[in-house]
Design a protein around this ligand. Structure first.
Ligand code: PEP
Ligand code: MG
Length: 577
C-alpha cells in the first residue's frame, strides 16, 4: 500500500471511534447530558425583596411539577409514568415551598439556597425514617436539583427534555438517568466511558437504539453539531455528508426486513435454538412475550430489590415473580436468584466499603454473610410458581465451586422447586462445569461477567473495552470448556444438561452463530435482538456454525475473531448488522 493509500485509509479527522454496542445508523444533532446541578453556596444571600423571591420559588416549583406531569403523560411505559408522577407530586409539595420561603424571609437566603436547604432537611428526615420513606430521599434530591435549575434558568439535570430527535452523549449513563428516556426523541447513545457490558449498552439494546461506548473526545464535540452514529461499526462522524446519509437509508431498508421475530429460533438445517428473553419486571416480560420470545432465559430478580434498604417480603416478591410467570404460560422462565454487589449494591446485603466489590461478597456469596434471604426468595419463587403454569427453572449467580452448586441445588429442592442450575460467570465454574453439572440440571453462561473475570478487566471501564469483548478467544475457550463439560455430564448422567447464554454475547448475531457452534443450546437476550439473531441463525447450518466457532477460537485477538467470522457471514451486511 502506498503512503498516499495509507493516508486515505486514515480515519477522517471528524470521525470518532469507540466500541459499537447496539446496531443502527442515524443522523441527528448531538446533545450533551446536562451536568449535575451544583449546590448554591451556604451564604448565598437574597437579592431584592423577599416577596418577589418567594413568588419565584412557587412559580419554579409549579413549572417543574407541570413539566414532570407532561412527561408522565407521554411516558413510554406505565412504570416510567409512575416514577414521573411521583416526582411531580413531590415538586408540588406545598410544605417544601413553605419551608424554603421561610428561610428566604427569616434568614434572607437566596431562593436557590433556601430551596436547597429545605429539600435537604426533608431528604435527611426521610432517610432517618428508614424503609420505604428512606427510598424516597433520592427523589426529593432530584426535585431539589430540578427546582434550583429552574430558578437559575439552567437545563434540568439528567437527560435533556426536547421534542426534536437528538443523539445523547454523556460520560456514562446511570440506570436512573435512563429509566424515563424516550426512544422516540433520543435516537442514539454515545458515551465517553462504559464498556460493551455497561448499563448504557444493555439499555440501548433493550430500546433498540444505536449506541457506541468508550468514544474518546465525544464530550469535546460542540453541542447541537449534527452527527452520524453507526452502532455496529462503532463510529461517530461529525458533520456527516452524502455517504453517511446513504448509510442511514440503507439501514432503514434493512431494518424493515428485521421488523419481527417469528417466535421460533432454528438453524437452516432445522436444528432448534430456542431464543429467550432477558427481563427484570412484569412490564418487560409482557413486552418480551409480545416480541415473540420463546420464554425467559434470565429474570434479573434484583430489579425487585434495587433501591430498597430492606428486604422485600415473600408476598411482595411472589407478586413480582407471578407477573413475569403469567406472561409466559406453559413456557420456560429461568429465575436468577438475587445478584447483589459490585455495580448493583444493596444496603441490607452488600458492604459498600469493600475495596474490590467485583471480587467481593456478591451474587450467591451474600448468602454467607446474610443467611435467610436466599431461602425466603426461593420460597417466594415457589409461591409464584404455584400460581401459574410457567415452567420455572432457578439458577444462582456468581458460582465458583462445585460445593456452592451442590448446596444451591439442595436449597432449591427444599423449597419444592424442581429444576436447579447455576450461572457460569467465573473461569472456575467454566472449567469445572462437568462436576457442577453432576449436581445441578443446567448452566447459563453469563458472558458479561465471564469476560470481565477471564480477562481481569472491569466491565464498567471504557478504557478496558477492548479486553472486555466476549469475542476474546480466551472467553470463547471458557465457553467451549463449559459446553464440553456439559456434554460429558450429559453422557454420564444419561440426560441432557442444557447450556444457555444469557449475557450480552447472545444478542450479537455473528457471535450467536459461534456460540451455537461451540455447543450452546439456548440463547437469551434483550427482546429487541431476537429478530436479528434469528435471521442470521436461519442462514447457517450446524456444521457451518461449528466451522465458524473453530475460526474464532483460533484467532489471536477479539478483533481478528470477530472480523474472520463476520467475513464469512455476508447476511450481516445484507441486513445492515
Ligand atoms: C452476565 O454476567 O453475563 C449476566 C447475565 O449477569 P449481569 O449482567 O446481570 O451481571
Ligand atoms: Mg453477571
Amino acid at each position: 500500500m502506498s503512503e498516499q493509500d495509507m493516508m486515505n485509509e486514515q480515519p477522517r479527522r471528524d470521525t470518532l471511534h469507540g466500541v459499537g454496542v447496539s446496531p443502527g445508523r442515524v443522523i441527528a444533532p448531538l446533545v450533551h447530558m446536562a451536568p449535575a446541578v451544583s449546590e448554591p453556596p451556604e451564604d448565598e444571600a437574597l437579592e431584592g425583596d423577599a416577596e418577589t423571591a418567594t413568588d419565584r420559588l412557587k412559580a419554579a416549583a409549579l413549572a417543574v411539577k407541570a413539566g414532570l406531569k407532561e412527561r408522565a403523560a407521554r411516558a413510554r411505559s406505565e412504570s416510567a409514568a409512575e416514577v414521573l408522577k411521583a416526582t411531580a407530586l413531590m415538586a408540588g409539595d406545598k410544605a417544601l415551598v413553605k419551608n424554603a420561603s421561610k428561610l428566604v424571609t427569616e434568614q434572607r437566603l437566596s431562593p436557590e439556597r433556601a430551596l436547597w436547604q429545605a429539600a435537604t432537611a426533608y431528604a435527611d428526615q426521610m432517610r432517618a425514617m428508614g424503609g420505604y420513606m428512606a427510598e424516597r430521599a433520592a427523589d426529593i434530591e432530584d426535585v431539589r436539583a430540578r427546582i434550583v435549575a429552574e430558578l437559575r434558568g439552567e437545563d434540568a439535570p439528567g437527560v435533556p427534555q426536547r421534542r426534536e430527535p437528538f443523539v445523547l452523549t454523556a460520560e456514562d449513563l446511570a440506570p436512573a438517568d435512563t429509566a424515563v428516556l424516550d426512544p422516540d426523541v433520543v435516537v442514539a447513545l454515545v458515551t465517553a466511558s462504559g464498556g460493551p457490558q455497561s448499563h448504557t449498552a444493555i439499555l440501548a439494546r433493550n430500546l433498540g437504539l444505536p449506541a457506541v461506548v468508550a468514544v474518546e473526545g465525544v464530550l469535546d464535540v460542540a453541542g447541537e453539531a449534527p452527527v452520524f452514529v453507526d452502532g455496529a461499526a462503532g463510529t461517530v462522524v461529525v458533520a456527516p455528508g452524502e455517504t453517511e446519509q446513504e448509510a442511514v437509508r440503507a439501514w432503514q431498508r434493512a431494518s424493515e426486513q428485521l421488523a419481527s421475530f417469528a417466535g421460533r429460533g432454528a438453524l437452516s438445517d432445522a436444528t432448534v435454538v430456542p431464543l429467550l428473553a432477558n427481563v427484570g419486571t412484569g412490564d418487560d416480560a409482557r413486552a418480551a412475550a409480545e416480541a415473540g420470545a420463546e420464554g425467559v432465559g434470565l429474570l434479573r430478580t434484583e430489579f425487585c430489590f434495587l433501591g430498597r434498604d430492606s428486604e422485600p417480603t415473600v408476598e411482595e416478591q411472589a407478586d413480582a415473580y407471578t407477573e413475569v410467570f403469567e406472561a409466559f404460560p406453559g413456557r420456560k422462565v429461568v429465575v436468577r436468584t438475587l445478584d447483589a454487589g459490585a455495580d448493583k449494591p444493596l444496603p441490607f446485603l452488600t458492604d459498600a466499603t469493600e475495596p474490590n466489590p467485583a471480587l467481593g461478597v456478591r451474587g450467591y456469596r451474600t448468602d454467607w454473610t446474610t443467611p435467610g434471604v436466599l431461602e425466603r426468595q426461593l420460597e417466594a419463587i415457589a409461591v409464584a410458581k404455584q400460581r401459574s403454569t410457567a415452567d420455572v427453572w432457578v439458577m444462582a449467580p456468581m458460582i465458583a465451586t462445585v460445593g456452592e452448586a451442590a448446596r444451591f441445588h439442595d436449597l432449591v429442592v427444599a423449597a419444592g422447586l424442581k429444576v436447579s442450575g447455576v450461572m457460569v460467570e467465573t473461569p472456575a465454574a467454566a472449567i469445572t462445569a462437568e462436576q457442577i453439572l453432576e449436581r445441578v440440571d443446567f448452566v447459563s453462561l453469563g458472558t458479561n461477567d465471564l469476560t470481565q473475570y477471564t480477562m481481569a478487566a472491569d466491565r464498567m471501564l471504557g478504557s478496558l473495552a477492548d479486553l472486555n469483548s466476549p469475542w476474546q478467544p480466551a472467553v470463547l475457550r471458557m465457553i467451549q470448556a463449559t459446553a464440553r463439560g456439559a456434554a460429558q455430564a450429559s453422557e454420564r448422567g444419561g440426560e441432557h444438561k442444557n447450556v444457555g447464554v444469557c449475557g450480552e454475547a447472545a444478542a450479537d448475531p455473528a457471535l450467536a452463530v459461534v456460540l451455537v457452534g461451540l455447543g450452546v443450546d439456548t440463547l437469551s437476550m434483550s427482546p429487541r435482538s431476537l429478530a436479528a439473531v434469528s435471521a442470521v441463525l436461519a442462514r447457517v447450518d450446524a456444521a457451518e456454525a461449528r466451522r465458524l466457532a473453530e475460526l474464532a477460537l483460533h484467532a489471536t485477538s477479539a478483533q481478528e475473531a470477530k472480523e474472520a467470522v463476520r467475513a464469512e457471514l455476508p447476511v450481516l451486511a445484507d441486513l445492515g448488522l
